[in-house]
Write a protein that binds this ligand. Structure first.
Ligand SMILES: Nc1ncnc2c1ncn2[C@@H]1O[C@H](COP(=O)(O)OP(=O)(O)O)[C@@H](O)[C@H]1O
Ligand SMILES: Cc1cn([C@H]2C[C@H](O)[C@@H](COP(=O)(O)O)O2)c(=O)[nH]c1=O
Length: 192
């Protein structure tokens, strides 16, 4: 039975690596996959999913207005797909998460979504909140803080290197701007 999976973590935990590895596993067994990524996260190049370990692969992009059910249905009309992979899933809207649930329930294709659970302030992203609410399977991709504890939070650093607590929820960036920490060290950094 097809399921909606949510693999969540902080940044720099290996989500994109795992996505590319899982997709490759399908492909090497002769099964097609369909890869999607949020349009504005173009760190690996527009329409590419990339991991810091050096792997990358082309993907279709979605914006906030994209109907993911329609988009996936069109792709399925072109040929069978064994699994759908979505990177930067935290950038989806709540409606888009429900569209993925409809793909799973009505079209019978499994969906694997990979994304952050919380933003730099410790607040859920809308896409993550919806996935935590309705995904069939949830799995944490674990990584560690500089102290060795499990990292569950992320801080954002401004251009001067200082930790910031103000600003838009969405700001695309990598290790130069974000650091994953355990909750204790996150609290210390943000002065809580
Ligand atoms: N050259 C490398 N060899 C092995 N692991 C690496 C290398 N470069 C980065 N990594 C590891 O890859 C992980 C980040 O992978 P990535 O897929 O980009 O994460 P995420 O999508 O969760 O942000 C980190 O654990 C990092 O230590
Ligand atoms: C914490 C946080 C992150 N983002 C952005 C920054 C990156 O572009 C992605 C996450 O990248 P990953 O390495 O693939 O995990 O999300 C953001 O917009 N707002 C935040 O608070």
């Amino acid at each position: 039975m097809a399921k909606l999976h949510f693999h969540f973590s902080t940044m720099n935990a290996g989500k994109s690596t795992l996505l590319l590895q899982a997709a490759h596993n399908y492909n090497e067994r002769g099964m097609d996959t369909y890869l999607l990524i949020a349009a504005f996260d173009d760190r690996a190049g527009k329409g590419r999913i990339g991991s810091r370990i050096g792997l990358s692969r082309a993907a279709d992009v979605f914006g906030a207005d994209t109907d993911l059910f329609d988009m996936i249905q069109k792709r399925l009309a072109e040929g069978k797909v064994a699994c759908i992979f979505v990177d930067e899933a935290h950038f989806m809207t709540r409606d888009q998460v429900w569209q993925l649930a409809k793909v799973v329930d009505d079209l019978g294709v499994p969906v694997m979504a990979y994304g952050l659970r919380v933003d730099f302030r410790g607040e859920l992203f809308p896409g993550s909140a919806a996935l935590l609410a309705i995904a069939d399977v949830m799995r944490e991709v674990r990584t560690i803080c500089h102290c060795g504890r499990n990292a569950t939070m992320v801080i954002r650093r401004g251009p001067d290197g200082r930790t910031v607590m103000d600003g838009a929820q969405v700001q695309v960036g990598g290790n130069e701007m974000y650091v994953s920490l355990c909750r204790r060290h996150w609290r210390q950094e943000v002065g809580q």
